[in-house]
Design a protein around this ligand. Structure first.
Ligand SMILES: *Cc1c(COP(=O)(O)O)cnc(C)c1O
Length: 409
């Protein structure tokens, strides 16, 4: 028997003894979507996260949503009303936001390899471009000149530190993300001299961290560095974006980030922060933490088989929709996401089984040797923590299997 991560809060047993998502019986949701595999996102759970952020974080800290975590259009449309801005990483995401009716002025565009066309669209729209290199700065200024428009530019800093305890570290090493911190003051001066609107700095040091002390320490270092850079430039930045990186519990033993403590620590840091940042707007841009636990992937069992004493529940889904649960999305060691037999959510575990997908590869393992109630062909499986880096971060075209549906409730 192997463990699994904790099922996130907010899910109930329906009157029929099945998983209820947002109060709806899972089979009713599947019927409405006309079948599995299906991702269901519960906007009330996202709303609860936003409310928690507002409650715990210091007043005035802005909350942005990192679109790449989940770009499902109805979710973006819903989020427009509740977050202060968005972070995009491609022109496709920018256009998705425009379609959703977002105010693109509060959009920041980060990420390496922005094409000239992407820079052009972003400048036309008035989005803030987070420059990843000096070359990108030159291209953005040239394109803005051609357009006759004053661009909003921020500089992404490759800091000399990384977020400790993060699942994915960014910063503290040579990378294509951002400009090495010691070259940033010169670049900022160049941007200002060229007549652009210099918005500020962007520091993103890592993703999927559960340790609030490590996140707080990274915030402290980021604010210090942003203050030093601003002093060197001699201009106060309008905004400093501290990035994302708050994790969610995926695996056995994981515990949620203590947001009360993190919020208090950030409040203390800002109260006692660098003078250059006294009037600077602080932004936190979250993806995973906001939407990850609000999503459930539902897939139906199409076969039950045994091999060398092990039971396999074979589903109509797989890693082509939910790569992260298979352990193939940046994990070193495969561990189990929280899973359940959704159609028997009220029942106790009676056997050990492995849940696999329908792809022709042994990598397509969704849960290995977990304790479950006896399930058979026709039962529904739920994979939790599927709201972020789920469908859009999976190789859906692999093996030409059926596409997954998505639904916001
Ligand atoms: C991916 C990304 C985020 C969001 O990261 P999470 O770990 O999902 O919160 C924030 N900012 C930038 C620039 C990103 O690339």
């Amino acid at each position: 028997m192997k463990g699994m991560g904790p099922i996130p809060p907010g899910f109930d047993v329906s009157q029929q003894g099945r998983l209820a998502i947002g109060g709806y019986d899972c089979e009713e949701l599947v019927a409405e979507a006309r079948g599995t595999p299906l991702f269901v996102y519960d906007n009330n759970l996202v709303g609860a996260k936003i409310a928690r952020f507002r409650h715990c974080m210091p007043a005035g800290v802005l909350l942005h949503y990192a679109v790449k975590a989940n770009p499902y259009p109805p979710l973006l449309e819903w989020l427009c009303r509740y977050v202060d801005g968005f972070d995009v990483a491609s022109v496709g995401e920018l256009l998705a936001l425009e379609k959703a009716g977002a105010d693109v002025v509060a959009v920041s565009f980060a990420g390496p390899g922005k094409s000239n066309n992407e820079l052009k669209v972003a400048i036309k729209d008035g989005a803030t471009i987070h420059l990843e290199s000096e070359g990108e700065a030159r291209r953005a200024l040239d394109i803005a000149g051609q357009l006759g428009k004053r661009p909003r530019l921020s500089v992404r800093v490759n800091p000399p530190f990384a977020l400790k305890g993060a699942g994915m570290k960014m910063g503290g090493y040579a990378s294509q993300f951002g400009v090495d911190h010691d070259r940033v003051p010169d670049l900022v001066r160049g941007i200002i001299d060229a007549g652009a609107e210099w918005r500020g700095l962007h520091l993103f040091a890592g993703s999927q961290c559960l340790d609030w002390t490590a996140i707080a320490e990274t915030y402290r270092q980021a604010l210090q560095l942003a203050g030093d850079i601003s002093d060197a430039v001699g201009v106060h930045p309008t905004e400093v974006n501290l990035g994302g990186g708050l994790g969610i519990p995926y695996f056995e033993g994981d515990e949620e980030v203590d947001l009360d403590c993190l919020g208090r620590a950030l409040g203390d840091q800002l109260a006692d922060g660098p003078p250059a940042l006294a009037t600077t707007q602080i932004i936190v841009e979250l993806g995973r933490w906001l939407v990850g636990e609000a999503g459930v992937y539902l897939t139906r069992i199409v076969d039950r088989t045994t091999s060398r004493g092990k039971t396999f529940l074979v589903t109509d889904g797989g890693l082509h929709h939910m790569l992260a649960a298979s352990g193939n999305f940046g994990q070193l060691l495969r561990r189990n996401f929280p899973v359940a037999i959704a159609s028997r959510f009220g029942e106790a575990a009676t056997e050990e089984a492995s849940i696999v997908g329908c792809l022709c590869t042994p990598l397509d393992m969704l849960a290995d040797e977990v304790a479950l109630p006896n399930a058979d062909v026709g039962d529904l499986v739920a994979i939790f923590c599927a709201g972020a880096y789920g469908l859009s971060a999976s190789p859906q075209a692999f093996l030409n299997q059926a596409h997954a549906q998505e639904m916001l409730i």
